[in-house]
Design a protein around this ligand. Structure first.
Ligand code: SF4
Length: 455
């Protein structure tokens, strides 16, 4: 389980099971892994991705087991987390699932999301979420609670489009942060109700470590998001294909590790499950318009992975207010009472920021960490693969991206940025929404409906 959990980082369970089916026949003890030829082991682990780090981590962990624990996996949280490369979440997976020891509660991205929706924790840091859950859930239920909620999050309370209508918690879940047509229940969740979940253990929650120069650094990427591979987050098959090579590059792994580490000590927006909302809502083969932003909103609850957009119930930021003002003046569309632009995204408007995460209250704090390279690749992929797209470049920063776009094939619309600093100097009156629809018409594509649902 320990080795499988390490291999599960940034990889699907199915792939891990494929690899371990033969791996565990060949290597049956920690000694076997520790003394294995590194190049051979790396080749065997390659299908799980990030195989060089995983090889080093597996060998380092197994070497530690041999040297300090007589080749056995220790049975306490303190001992397990003293092994470089093993953090609390991985330790809980091993102790809960292998030894049935209630060391704590596994908190991965699914447990974090479900706990927030059920009103069990408002925290974002996994350790704090775990503490909240340990206060609520009886300790004799801890070992099944985490794995069961992982399954619930994976198959029912999904990040996008949770299936509330068929959820066993519907009657008492406050559905925090969920947009649903289901009847919204009122009561908070009593812990004893949680235990009605089917006992079911499948998921293994990975943690990763980083090895440089042969020395394992104690840089354990054990935040909530580390258990979600990029592939898992791109549900759209078209993005998976378009970005397949990009997400294998070392800088992208380092970028995700940077974000994971940030999340351990800082509030980072948007939450892990919403980092890639733009890609999720607008598959590359449906992109008709790209509206480029720069940086996610940095205040609590604003950013949800779409440029310029905020979640319902959040006060409209000034730039978005100006966008709605222009929309009203240009097309006589009454501004919605919310700033959620999901309706545009679903019609084919890729609402893409250049940088996809930010530290709370520190604008541009994740600039130059790798996101720009990744989002440039997204722009180039759209330019190369789509027959005709309207690229909307508001402000000088977005306009620098024009060089990534084939202007012989696509339409580029430029104007001042809608920010209050520049809206009166070229954004108001620029009529971007009519221009977009004119360009779509000329390319014989369907116009967009710029109105937003009232609620
Ligand atoms: S009712 Fe909806 S939000 Fe609440 S736990 Fe079930 S699926 Fe998740």
């Amino acid at each position: 389980m320990l080795v499988a959990t390490i291999l599960a980082a940034q990889c699907t369970d199915e792939r891990v099971n494929e690899v371990t089916a033969t791996l565990f026949q060949k290597y049956q003890t920690p000694q076997d892994f520790a003394k294995a030829d590194t190049a051979t082991l790396a080749a065997e682990l390659k299908p799980t991705g990030f195989y060089q780090q995983k090889t080093q981590t597996v060998q380092m962990v197994c070497q530690t087991l041999v040297e300090r624990f007589g080749g056995k996996v220790p049975h306490t949280m303190e001992e397990l987390t003293s092994i470089p490369g093993i953090a609390r979440k991985t330790a809980n997976v091993v102790l809960n699932c292998c030894f049935n020891i209630p060391s704590g509660i596994i908190v991965d991205t699914h447990v974090a999301r479900v706990s927030q929706r059920l009103g069990l924790s408002e925290a974002r840091n996994p350790d704090r979420i775990e503490r909240d859950l340990m206060d609520l859930v009886p300790s004799d239920a801890w070992t099944f609670w985490g794995p069961a909620v992982v399954m619930h999050g994976r198959y029912t309370c999904k990040a996008k489009l949770p299936e509330c209508d068929r959820c066993i918690f519907l009657d008492f879940c406050p559905q925090n942060g969920v947009e649903t047509s289901s009847t919204k229940p009122k009561a908070m969740t009593p812990p004893e109700e949680i235990s009605s979940l089917t006992r079911s253990i499948e998921n293994q929650i990975p943690s990763t470590s980083i090895s440089q120069g042969g020395k394992i650094q104690h840089k354990v990427a054990d935040s909530v998001s580390s258990s979600s591979s990029a592939i898992d987050l791109f549900h759209s098959q078209s993005w998976k294909t378009a970005l397949k090579d990009e997400i294998q590059k070392p800088y992208f792994r380092e970028l995700l590790e940077f974000v994971n580490l940030e999340r351990q000590t800082q509030a980072v927006f948007p939450p892990p499950a919403e980092m890639f909302t733009a890609l999720e809502l607008t598959p590359i083969d449906r992109v008709k318009v790209v509206i480029l932003g720069q940086d996610p909103y940095h205040d609590e609850g604003q950013a949800h992975g779409l440029s310029f957009s905020v979640k319902r119930g959040v006060k409209l930021p000034p730039s978005l207010r100006n966008i709605f003002t222009e929309l009203a003046q240009e097309l006589n569309i009454v501004p919605a009472k919310h700033g959620d632009l999901t309706h545009w995204a679903r019609q084919g408007v890729l609402l893409l920021n250049a940088v996809l995460t930010v530290r709370a209250h520190q604008p541009n704090s994740h600039k130059d960490k790798g996101w720009e390279r990744f989002t440039d690749a997204i722009i180039q992929a759209v330019s190369q693969q789509q027959p005709h797209v309207v690229f909307v470049l508001w402000g000088r920063y977005a306009q620098q991206k024009a060089k990534l776009i084939d202007d012989q094939k696509h339409t580029i619309i430029k104007s001042a940025h809608p920010s209050p600093l520049s809206a009166s100097n070229g954004f108001f009156g620029s009529r971007p929404f009519s221009k977009i629809n004119d360009a779509l018409n000329q390319a014989q594509q369907t116009e967009l409906d710029w109105s937003l649902p009232a609620s």
